[in-house]
Design a protein around this ligand. Sequence first.
Ligand SMILES: Cc1ncc(COP(=O)(O)O)c(C=O)c1O
Length: 462
Amino acid sequence: MTPLSNLAVRDVETLVHPYTNLATLRESGPLVLERGRGIYVYDSNGTAYIEGMSGLWCTALGYGNEELAEAAAAQMRKLSFAHLFTGKSHDPAIELAEKLKEIAPVPTSKVFFCNSGSEANDTQIKLVWYMNNALGRPRKKKIISRLKAYHGVTVAAASLTGLPANQRDFDLPMAGILHAGCPHHYRFAHAGETEEEFATRLAAELAQMIEREGPDTVAAFIAEPVMGAGGVIVPPRTYFEKVGAVCRKYDVYVIADEVICGFGRLGTTFGCQSLGFAPDSISVAKALTSGYVPMAAVTVPEPMYQALLEESRKIGTFGHGFTYSGHPVAAAVALKALEIYARDRLVEAAAQKAPHFQARLQALGQHPLVGEARGRGLIGAVELVADKASKRSFQPSAAVAARAVRFAEEEGLMVRSLVGDAVSVCPPLVITPAEIDELFDRLCRALDRTLDWVRRERLQEA
Ligand SMILES: Cc1ncc(COP(=O)(O)O)c(C=O)c1O
């Protein structure tokens, strides 16, 4: 075992790392990054990596963007902080709300600002509850999410999330949150079921769940267009049309969690536009500022706004908001990011690069370790399996995807291991076709090294 560097020692003695095995980190130490430029990040030894995950699915414009840095600096000099409480306002928040209203894929009356995807989804739940109280239907409060969904980690958002590690021993999920089936055809379709048939069954199961609970108790349904942290799961064809129809039938409010898919990831401005998904509201974060500063938002349709208005008139205030809701620096950076997406036609560019990206991804499906290669636009994953024919997974304790991620790092590529031994890729939208080739060449070498290791350790044996 190589001794930890000074920075690494200071790290393990001071930080509780999110999403980390805190025990093994004490031995391995962290990978300390120092700077970034374009699609590359550099560690404290100067080693370069392709940031194949845009950090955490967020740095769409890559690193070191001077225009974003300048927008932040200029706003800090002009008005470093201002809030939106008690009737105060400021120009960047107003302008950003106008811009989001203009580009939102759903009828939007108002915008509410938050600082993270988790806060946005918590806010969605609170707005739906508040609205239904205002509308005199206090029983209509349950929220339906899906198994393997990822909506964040605050108490309500972690309850929406459908991944065991986010709930186990945190005493979650909280009451009133339900999980419908996961729309992953490769894993959950019945033998011989087509994508359309699978989608029909999932929608029927959703309807049964609503009937069982009582439609007058079910308030909302939330879904990521393409599930991210659950394994980059693209829903089967016709899925959103069918579950959308069920929600409309039972007057269930539909929320698209666009935290990953928003702003071009799937080759459309919002992910729902690529999948025939017609929500009532969206949550956005991450690429809203290209991850340069924290910011998130939820859109509020007019009927909901009218209900909020009445309820706040009755109570005397709309009692929700964060100190940094609509922070002027974050808003200024978001405005600049949106300007760059439009000016440089980055959504169209992402759509143009997507076939090449997806072709390189699909080619990995031939690799002996890969059970399924899946994705859309500029996001994808490979699911590593012990046996391709039977789709048998590796023992989770073998942590095969985590090992692949380590080999990828040694090849100069950052990717991420997700539940179910998926390895995900989600590079900055500004990646060039040549860089896409370099990314997949490195990933392929990492998978080859993983296969050698798997064979040496005899991990494919049943
Ligand atoms: C789809 C989705 N929703 C919500 C979140 C939570 O966002 P945050 O980590 O900013 O709270 C994430 C984070 O990855 C996400 O991918």
